[in-house]
Design a protein around this ligand. Structure first.
Ligand code: IPM
Ligand code: MG
Length: 361
């Protein structure tokens, strides 16, 4: 199979971790008889430096013409980087939001998994972490507060700012369907998270999710208020299978869930439209403080590449080979500095990429 992949190396540690993901994909291609065709494109700060804007039409077009997009990380240090002196619509993150919208990537899948080998990194009490957890946060990604109308106006001599949270039935329905489809092939439970005790948009969310649930009798649906969900994530994360939620709640809860694993350097994500097309990126940021030092953890990007093989190309064996190789490297006690603990062997970013690539079978 020929895989046309647009690659966004991006900023900070982005180019380093992208190189390791390509290394592993190349090994997969050689082992399983595929051909990887990468097209490197600029986005974020790297694009600002060259074009003055974080996302060009050319980058959007190349992404659209590809089968999938693999992204590393974008953005810089918000207090020192010149990118953050620009108006908000010209900053690195604006490029990512525009790309999500242009590619209609409404479904964001963020797995939060506690690897048994990394249980020690989990900040929760041992009696909680002992149960392990493996959840998928399904975040709506192109609606809600992020894309509603906003304005700042002066009223009676003081500034007044407004952001609007709007969802239509069809926007809720399509993400709910994705959520139930994913739950069907996992542990068959959906926790729909909202703030239905206060917000109209949440009451509509709940209504539509209940309608969709009728088509999935094998999946159990429960509703949870977002504030309670924030508590339950630290109290009993093992209860969750699929968490289905709107854009802003998903932004916050997915960061919380990733922190609860204790190893954000291990977490991948996928952002999909209603076809097989998706953008795949690690859940962590661009870590500008350690950029260029060859110490970043490339595993989240490598796992994002595995998600890409699974969801965009239906290459399940190949994805499983990557996951197995990572599992083996961890079991053999190799660690990058962010997940280092006593008695383990510390390896560099490229060293980790080599170890994983060597173990692809
Ligand atoms: C994320 C990030 C983005 C978001 C930022 C960079 C705009 O936090 O992917 O979760 O809020 O969606
Ligand atoms: Mg976020």
């Amino acid at each position: 199979m020929i895989l046309n992949i647009a690659c966004i190396g991006g900023d900070g540690i982005g180019p380093e971790i992208m190189a390791e993901a390509k290394k592993v994909l190349d090994k997969v291609a050689a082992t399983y008889g595929h051909e990887m065709k990468y097209t490197d494109v600029l986005m974020g700060g790297a694009s600002i430096d060259v074009h003055g804007i974080p996302l060009t039409d050319e980058t959007i077009d190349i992404c659209k013409a590809s089968d999938a997009v693999l992204m590393a990380s974008i953005g810089g240090n918000t207090s020192t980087s010149p990118w953050y002196k620009l108006e908000p619509s010209k900053r690195p993150e604006a490029g990512l939001l525009k790309l999500r919208k242009s590619l209609n990537l409404f479904a964001n899948l963020r797995p939060a998994v506690l690897y048994p080998q990394l249980r020690g990194a989990c900040p929760l009490k041992e009696e909680i972490s002992a149960a392990g957890f493996d959840m998928m946060i399904m975040r709506e990604l192109t609606g809600g507060l992020y894309f509603g109308e906003r304005q700042t106006v002066e009223v009676d001599g003081e500034l007044k700012a407004t952001d609007t949270l709007t969802y239509s039935e069809s926007e809720i329905r399509r993400i709910a369907i994705k959520g139930f489809e994913i739950a069907k092939v996992r542990r068959k439970k959906v926790t729909s998270v909202d703030k239905a005790n206060v917000l109209d948009s949440s009451r509509l969310w709940r209504k539509v999710v209940e309608e969709v649930a009728k088509d999935y009798p094998e999946v159990t649906l429960e509703h949870m208020l977002v504030d309670n969900c924030a508590m339950q994530l630290v109290k009993d994360p093992a209860q969750f299978d699929v968490i289905l939620t709107e854009n802003m709640f998903g932004d916050i809860l997915s960061d919380e869930a990733s922190m609860v694993t204790g190893s954000i350097g291990m977490l991948a994500s996928a952002s999909m439209n209603d076809t097989k097309f998706g953008l795949y990126e690690p859940s962590h940021g661009s870590a500008p403080d350690i950029a260029g030092m060859n110490i970043a953890n490339p595993l989240a990007t490598i796992l994002s590449a595995a998600m890409m093989l699974k969801y965009s190309f239906d290459l399940h064996k190949e994805a499983a080979a990557i996951e197995a190789a990572i599992d083996q490297v961890l079991t053999e006690n190799y660690r990058t500095v962010d997940i280092m603990s006593d008695g383990m062997e510390k390896v560099s970013c490229s060293g980790m990429g080599d170890l994983v690539a060597e173990r692809i079978k």
